[in-house]
Design a protein around this ligand. Structure first.
Ligand SMILES: [Zn+2]
Length: 93
């Protein structure tokens, strides 16, 4: 029984199951709240550099947090910043 479970787990990993993205998704809240350790932040940032979907969800979360904490003015992004974010996304592709 136990062996079977291990086999299943390994098979999923080999097939490129998005465990890294799940890890990063779990870290997202901590990172945004500034509660992540340095190690976690480094891991998080490294992943964001190569994973556009996590990068985008990070941007969205930051925006949402900003709305919730009432920093509405900070959420209005200047066009130049929006462009540089787009450029960053294209770089990673
Ligand atoms: Zn990812």
């Amino acid at each position: 029984m136990e062996t079977r479970i291990t086999d299943e787990y390994q098979r999923v990993s080999e097939e490129g199951y998005d465990t890294e993205c799940e890890k990063v998704a779990n870290m997202l809240d901590m990172v945004i709240d500034g509660e992540a350790s340095t190690e976690e932040q480094v891991y998080f940032n490294n992943h964001l550099e190569k994973c556009v979907s996590c990068f985008e969800s990070h941007q969205k979360q930051k925006l949402l947090k900003g709305l919730v904490s009432g920093h509405l003015k900070r959420v209005i992004v200047p066009e130049s910043l929006a462009l540089s974010i787009k450029a960053k996304i294209q770089e990673t592709l």
